[in-house]
Design a protein around this ligand. Structure first.
Ligand SMILES: *[C@@H]1O[C@H](CO)[C@@H](O)[C@H](O)[C@H]1NC(C)=O
Length: 333
């Protein structure tokens, strides 16, 4: 699969400048010795190292680096779309959480907020760092260059010499980030699509030994059923104005002055409704009975509230698993 119409539209500025322009940066990680092709932008850098024959036969895996700026240490999230656009492609999210970097494979369509990807992609970590300006993860991603969810599938064929990738970056942390499978993110502070062109350094005979360094499965502190206590006062409402179309201007040629300041207006902007957190004495103005296929984020979204609000309206609500038939409050009086 290749770029769809609007993706090509987004690529136009680069095509006009000519794909010969060299925006691929070869980077060697000192600690591991892994040599990456990287494609930096103002907000984040993504890079890949590929198996030695990946430029002639499509690879099924890669070793990646994702380094994202984080104006407040340990916050934010960032992600890569393996197929360019955010919809119907394998998405990989990474975010700092209590000193670790957690990841989640996601899938988005026009019709639904990103859900957990159910294919066989597997991520194991090689190293991660979090400092006062960035968080960075080096990892192995197996079965990440071909994807399938329901009726939809796609791939990122390395033998073509380039991939069309997408990126997104936000400065606010995911809601419920301790549980990578039930976190929710909705707004992207900034995003874009870029051609990730390979140079000869991308495919390396040392790949197998690099990949074998990936031994850590970092799953987060969520036991699978624990839901963190509601944090009503800090609810972060997704900005309803979040643009869908990536702005080509944010993706490239950062002016040095913008390098450190992801626009606060796109990154935050809590909706006015988050200001009133329910008083403990307020009563439920609207309830909803959980049915098969529901999940907390979906119920919240369908009722115009955030996941944090849903949880604050329903102290002790267990989202994982959510009980079919449970009655939850979706609006407070
Ligand atoms: C923080 O991490 C980033 C990305 O790994 C790195 O480029 C930067 O030099 C680090 N800053 C400090 C102060 O160590």
């Amino acid at each position: 699969m290749r770029a769809t119409g609007w993706q090509l539209l987004t690529l136009l500025p680069w095509l006009q400048h000519g794909l010969a322009q060299d925006d691929t940066v070869t980077y060697t990680d000192k600690a591991s010795g892994i040599v990456f092709n990287t494609w930096p932008n103002t907000y984040m850098t993504f890079g890949m190292a590929l198996p030695s024959n990946a430029l002639t036969a499509d690879a099924t895996e890669f070793t990646g680096i994702i380094t994202c700026s984080s104006p407040t240490q340990g916050t934010g999230w960032c992600g890569i779309s393996m197929g360019g656009g955010m919809n119907s492609n394998l998405l990989l999210l990474a975010y700092p959480q209590q000193g670790q970097i957690l990841t989640s494979f996601r899938w988005a369509t026009d019709y639904k907020p990103p859900t957990v990807y159910t294919g066989d992609a597997k991520l194991t970590q090689i190293s991660s760092t979090i400092n006062s300006t960035h968080y960075s993860l080096i990892f192995r991603c197996q079965n990440c260059l071909k994807w399938k969810q329901g009726q939809e599938s796609g791939d990122a064929p390395t033998s073509e010499g380039y991939l069309v990738l997408g990126w997104c970056h936000a400065t606010t942390s995911p809601t419920n980030g301790a549980c990578p499978n039930s976190l929710s993110v909705r707004q992207h502070g900034n995003q874009g699509i870029f051609p990730a062109r390979f140079n000869s350094a991308v495919a390396n005979r040392a790949y197998t030994s690099w990949a074998s360094k990936a031994t850590a499965t970092v799953a987060g502190g969520c036991g699978g059923s624990r839901v963190p206590a509601p944090t009503a006062t800090t609810a972060k409402a997704p900005s309803p104005t979040t643009a869908k179309a990536p702005s080509p201007t944010t993706a490239k040629s950062p002016s040095p002055t913008t390098a450190k300041s992801p626009s606060p207006t796109t990154a935050k902007s809590p909706s006015p409704t988050t200001a009133k957190s329910p008083s403990p004495t307020s009563s439920c103005a609207k309830s909803y009975t959980v049915k098969s296929g529901d999940y907390c984020y979906l119920i919240a979204t369908n009722n115009g509230i955030t996941l944090d609000q849903l949880k604050s309206y329903n102290p002790g609500l267990n989202c994982d698993p959510l009980q079919i038939g449970a009655v939850v409050c979706v609006r407070r009086s």
